[in-house]
Write a protein that binds this ligand. Structure first.
Ligand code: ADP
Ligand code: MG
Length: 467
């Protein structure tokens, strides 16, 4: 029998919110974790990307938060800035019935002053990256005497990124009597050790990826000489038609290499790695989500946990070190019964790592050794996959804080004001201080003009075409 949200001991307000968000039933991890977290117990949990872990910890935090006490009551640690931003976004959506709730991000790579000032005004929930959080704790900018819950989201990634020491210091400085929640895709010894050291009789929840979910994914192994992996990638991009594809590499240098080669040939491709600043990472993701960028090349660290739907192709240009990560990567395609394709490029037919990983999926691999010499020179092949994405993205210099809603942007672009037809308009993402809107590529210049000439909510905003 399926669990309903009603059976999870959530307050009527929160039940109303999940209903408004269109969540008809809790995901498995939510059904398992929410009652335990509401009871105040520790959890160490695992489930795949996209399974709703954010709400699994956010709803119990929201239910327990004391709005009258403007002290930090919950801390969520995430490995990267944009995962923090994503968690904060989801958190704020779920907090719509909690007026007055203050959720702030404490993350590196940005001036610390606005974050410090927000903390001085008093906040209830802090979401952040370990470096900056530890720094604030040490300097007593962040006070945690009323903290009740700490969440380590994507804990294994956090340790992989070298945040182990910061995380340890942070956990040590939190009140002893508290709830410690740990979500991780894998449970290596380092995670088990954190759990032993800092958790109190945690419940372990593991949601296996049902094997039939991988039924829709065609798993392919492409065998190519190490010098020809880039050609193999191009071959795969050509062979498996896609609206949007995610290419995984293990190193930033490989990401840069791929994007350089393909980008110069006019392929719609962008990179996502730890070196990109916050603004550009946000921008790249928004463009990928709305169809303005077709191919995204990412490292696991940058690609993990990102909420990107509808991928029809995932390529492992380099194989991940752990089989669980293979599952995570390929599970990003073939969602909701759609067909997907996962291509892994290897140098040898008999690649033990890939075989082990594929065994975990319970499905077989198609092994292909393409004759890359016959495929012709790289520039020729590239020319055949080059071509711009169907949509283009316009950045508008205003967002939620300016009281802009998606409907206002539709209004400014269609009808008398903008002359665009509804079907020339794509996804609209309104963020705090800026918005992204996708329009068909041909209409984009005219749309920018009309936005700059007109007003939204009676105010002037700057519109820029960002590609
Ligand atoms: P994870 O952290 O496990 O990768 P997220 O928390 O980012 O997953 O959630 C992925 C997406 O699923 C989000 O867009 C979220 O709004 C949505 N979601 C979460 N819970 C539910 C639910 N019960 N029903 C439908 N959608 C949900
Ligand atoms: Mg997540």
């Amino acid at each position: 029998m399926k669990t309903s949200f009603e059976s999870l001991n959530l307050s009527p307000e929160l039940l109303g919110v999940v209903d408004q968000m269109g969540y008809t039933e809790p995901s498995q991890i939510q059904a398992a974790a929410i009652p335990i977290l509401l009871a105040g117990d520790d959890v160490i949990g695992q489930s795949k990307t996209g399974s709703g872990k954010t709400a699994a910890f956010a709803l119990p935090i929201l239910q327990e938060v004391d709005l009258d006490n403007r002290e930090v009551q919950a801390l969520v640690l995430c490995p990267t800035r944009e995962l923090s931003a994503q968690v904060a976004r989801e958190f704020r959506k779920l907090a719509r019935a909690h007026s007055g709730l203050s959720v702030i991000e404490v993350v590196g790579g940005q001036p610390s002053r606005p974050q410090r000032e927000a903390l001085e005004r008093g906040v209830h929930v802090v979401i952040g990256t370990p470096g900056r959080v530890q720094d604030f704790l040490q300097r007593r900018v962040l006070e945690v005497h009323d903290l009740r819950t700490v969440v380590l989201d994507e804990a294994d990634r956090m340790l992989d990124m070298g945040f182990g020491e910061d995380v340890g210091r942070i956990l040590k400085s939190l009140p002893h009597k508290r709830q410690t929640v740990l979500f991780s895709a894998t449970f290596p010894d380092s995670i088990e050790s954190i759990s032993r050291k800092y958790q109190n009789q945690p419940y372990r929840i593991t949601v296996e990826t049902p094997k039939q979910e991988l039924d829709h994914i065609l798993q392919v192994q492409l065998v190519a000489h190490p010098d020809k992996h880039l050609q193999a990638l191009v071959w795969a991009l050509k062979k498996y038609p896609h609206e949007s594809a995610l290419v995984f590499c293990n190193f930033k240098s490989s990401v840069a290499d791929v994007v350089d080669h393909l980008g110069h040939a006019g392929v719609s491709i962008e990179r996502l790695d730890g070196d990109l600043d916050q603004f550009h990472r946000d921008q790249v993701l928004a463009r990928f989500r709305n169809g303005s960028v077709r191919i995204l090349v990412a490292t696991d660290v940058a690609g993990r946990g990102l909420d990107v739907k509808d991928l029809d192709l995932v390529v492992n240009l380099e194989l991940p070190s752990q089989p669980e990560i293979y599952l995570h990567r390929i599970g990003r395609t073939g969602r909701a019964g759609e067909r997907g394709c996962a291509v892994s490029i290897t140098s040898h037919r008999d690649d033990k790592r890939l075989r082990t990983a594929a065994q975990l999926t319970g499905h077989s691999l198609d092994i292909i050794e393409p004759n890359l010499d016959q495929a012709g020179p790289l520039p020729v092949q590239l020319a055949s996959i080059a071509g711009s994405a169907p949509m283009a993205t316009i950045l508008i210099s205003g967002g939620r804080k300016d009281r802009i809603r998606p409907g206002d942007i539709v209004g400014a672009l269609t009808g008398q004001a903008g002359n665009l037809r509804g079907d020339q308009l794509g996804k609209i993402e309104v963020q705090d201080r800026l918005s992204y809107v996708a329009v068909t590529r041909e209409q984009a210049p005219a749309a920018v003009k009309s936005l700059n000439a007109g007003r939204i909510k009676k105010k002037k905003f700057r519109a820029t075409l960002v590609g």
